[in-house]
Design a protein around this ligand. Structure first.
Ligand code: NAI
Length: 678
């Protein structure tokens, strides 16, 4: 068999070098073919054992990013999954069994299956060039390591460290990797890395062992005391019925303590079961959706270098700082010099705190500058407007701005509720106007809606998408329409919470119903987090524009009048202390239909948005809600959850709710189309 993915050479010292270069992709992943080829090579090496074996990557991006996730989606039975995993395990066992020194030579990253391969080598050496990332992030896909990683990580690092890596999915950088024993040695440059790998072959040494304290945790009499602590830790983060994988990791360790062949078999059985759970299927789907969002844009367009932000308030200042942190030259403008100066000072202080590397920090700080009068606006590739949410003010700023823009500069607005058509009327070249709708807080929310007005041209869309990618956001193109995508869908959900509250359901119970479904926070808490003034403003605009009735908004208006705006003012629907809502200990059952009221009215709005083609693909509504509002990824998104529940059942339930609570629950006509086979 000729290898298509691996190149194999032997040097003068008799060391075999195996470099992985999987064709057709920029990063290496362990596909079936990659593993089959490796297996064949290892069989040969077992017959003619070399002085040593060094495994590395021929790709500039890094070592191995994990298993090939697309192959997961083709698994149709637990048996098939088990066979695939057992086959992978046997390749790594063959590697581990080679009697010569084996060294994984890691650059960039070794993640998931990639790190598992490295764990099957006797040693690991790595290049610390600031990029190194090692980890076992499988739990994020609803599974756990399956190629022996649950066993070898515990043996190498000890239970505390290995379980922490597997249960959290967190990755570690060079220093930490060296400190915990995940890598044996670190090199500072690529030549040094090769020399180091050779050294570990030429001067054989014993493999790393965890400390006695770490080993003791896996002793049979100790495990029963450690297990409940681990379970409690996991339980405080995720529920077993939502995310079974971390619970399975604890179960495997507590039963087998990484010992003997049984541990590998149990690992395979466990992961094979997990593969077929809705959680894993949905998380894999969401991962692929994220990749699809990332793959957008047009790389043939000149990349933006300079960004000018107008409006140094909550959003503008954060957007400016993010752009500067990601390497763009940024100027910040406001109507008042004092506001810009204060915003810049505050952002510089945040950068000082967040960016540890002094050179990177100083460079980022230097890239964010004040430009109160907008004198440099003519040099900007992109101008982002984030001023007060009033169409006439935005229009007058645009009209004054446009003649000073570079010919090919694009103009982006961060408006959350004004349709683009109402703003582009102020422009000579309305094709250059696009919505770049960030979510608050800018640094944490992964999504940016890229809003296309009727006159926005393709190049402007692509430029905006490219910019979003440049600053590591997930761009979601959507049509200009009231509330765009995410806010529009959230409005009926948050208003339904208000309806329930006005019927007398305690807010704690309303939030619990949503969190029981998997929402990270309930709708009442979310309203406080967004700000009640913002909720009222956006909610009214969206409802009015779509001709929908609202709940009684007087109580909300009163809170706002009293300065109780939510989290930002320390009080809103909840009282907030140290950024935490103060919940009363409310007893009483959750009304049986409450969860459906909240979540089905939300799905119904998704169906309407799809019917109105606010986005081009059904899955993008799911992606938008997951990355823009925190909708639980393990559900795969609202439309996916509806499909899993059964579309007919959703419609029937909406009809029941409509009969009980009113026409706001009437199933949208779009359900009909959704029910047709694709
Ligand atoms: P903000 O009130 O915190 O900041 C607005 C800033 O614009 C103020 O510093 C103000 O001095 C400045 N400004 C007003 N008129 C100006 C003018 N003519 N020229 C220059 N600067 C001017 O408002 P925030 O919350 O940052 O919102 C800004 C925009 O972002 C709005 O369009 C809003 O709808 C949108 N947005 C807000 C979100 C939020 O959660 N706050 C989320 C997403 C979008």
């Amino acid at each position: 068999m000729t290898a298509t993915c691996w190149t194999r050479t032997q040097d003068n010292d008799g060391i075999v070098w195996l470099l992985l270069d999987r064709p057709g992709s920029s990063a290496n992943a362990l596909s079936r073919v990659v593993l089959e080829e490796l297996d064949a090579i290892l069989r040969e090496l077992a017959l003619a054992v070399p002085r040593g074996l060094i495994i590395g990557s021929a790709k500039a991006s890094g070592f191995i990013a994990g298993a090939d996730i697309k192959e997961f989606t083709t698994l149709s039975s637990v048996d098939e999954a088990r066979r695939l995993v057992r086959a992978g395990q046997s390749v790594f066992e063959r590697l581990e069994a080679l009697p010569c020194p084996t060294v994984a030579m890691i650059e960039g990253f070794a993640l998931g299956g990639g790190l598992e391969l490295a764990l099957a080598c006797r040693h690991r050496v790595a290049l610390d060039d600031g990029r190194l990332t090692l980890g076992l992030p499988e739990v994020m896909l609803g599974i756990h390591p399956g190629f022996g990683g649950t066993v070898r990580s515990v043996r190498l690092l000890g239970a505390a460290t290995a379980l922490d890596l597997m249960l959290t999915g967190r990755s570690v950088r060079a220093d930490k990797a060296r400190q915990i024993g995940l890598v044996d040695a670190i090199a500072r440059d690529p030549d040094g890395l090769k020399a180091l790998a050779c050294d570990f072959v030429m001067k054989p040494r014993a493999p790393h062992r965890p400390s006695l304290a770490q080993r003791a945790l896996s002793w049979a009499p100790v495990r029963p005391f450690v297990k409940p602590r681990l379970l409690a830790q996991v339980r405080s983060k995720v529920r077993k019925e939502h995310y079974p994988a971390p619970y399975a990791v604890i179960e495997l360790w507590s039963k087998y303590a990484a010992k003997a062949a049984k541990a590998y078999e149990a690992e395979a059985d466990s992961i094979a079961q997990l593969f077929l759970t809705p959680t894993a299927r949905n998380l894999v789907r969401v991962f692929l959706l994220q990749d699809a969002l990332k793959a957008q844009g047009d790389s043939s367009l000149a990349a933006a270098r300079r960004v000018h932000v107008i409006g140094a308030g909550v959003m503008g200042a954060d957007i400016a700082a993010l752009c500067a942190t990601r390497g763009l030259e940024v100027t910040l403008q406001d109507r008042d010099a004092a506001i810009v100066t204060a915003a810049i000072q505050q952002q510089h202080a945040k950068m000082t705190e967040r960016i540890k590397d002094p050179a990177r920090r100083d460079a980022a700080i230097a890239r964010l500058r004040a430009d109160v009068d907008g004198t440099t606006v003519g040099e900007a590739d992109v101008v982002i407007e984030a001023i007060v949410e009033r169409a006439e003010v935005k229009r007058s700023v645009f009209a004054a701005l446009e003649p000073r823009l570079k010919d090919d500069a694009i103009l982006a607005t961060n408006t959350s509720s004004i349709q683009l058509e109402a703003l582009s009327s102020a422009l000579q070249h309305p094709a250059r106007l696009v919505g770049l709708h960030f979510f608050n807080p800018v640094a944490l929310m992964p999504l940016v809606e890229i809003v296309r007005g009727t006159l926005t041209d393709e190049t402007t869309m692509n430029r905006a998408i490219n910019l979003a990618r440049r600053i590591d956001k997930l761009p979601l193109p959507c049509r200009s329409s009231p509330g765009f995508l995410v806010n529009r869908i959230l409005v009926p959900y948050m208003f339904e919470a208000m309806h329930a509250a006005q019927e007398g359901v305690p807010k704690e119970i309303i939030d619990r119903a949503a969190m029981d479904f998997g929402m990270p926070v309930g709708p009442v808490e979310l309203s406080d987090m967004v700000g009640l003034d913002v909720c009222l403003h956006v909610g009214t605009i969206v409802s009015n524009a779509l001709g929908k009735a609202t709940p009684n908004l007087a109580p909300l208006e009163e809170l706002i009048k009293a300065g109780k705006l939510g989290k930002k003012s320390g009080a809103g629907l909840y009282r907030w202390i140290s950024d935490k809502p103060q919940r009363a200990a409310v007893r009483g059952a959750t009304p049986a239909d409450l969860q459906d009221r909240l979540l089905l009215i939300l799905v119904n709005e998704c169906v309407a948005a799809l019917r109105e083609t606010l986005v081009e693909r059904e899955e993008w509504i799911d992606a938008g809600m997951i990355f823009g509002s925190g909708y639980p990824p393990f559900r795969g998104g609202p439309l996916q959850a509806a499909r899993e529940r059964g579309l007919d059942d959703c419609v029937r339930r909406l009809q029941e709710l409509a009969a009980r609570y009113g026409s706001r629950f009437t199933p949208d006509p779009g359900w009909e189309r959704l029910r047709q086979p694709n």
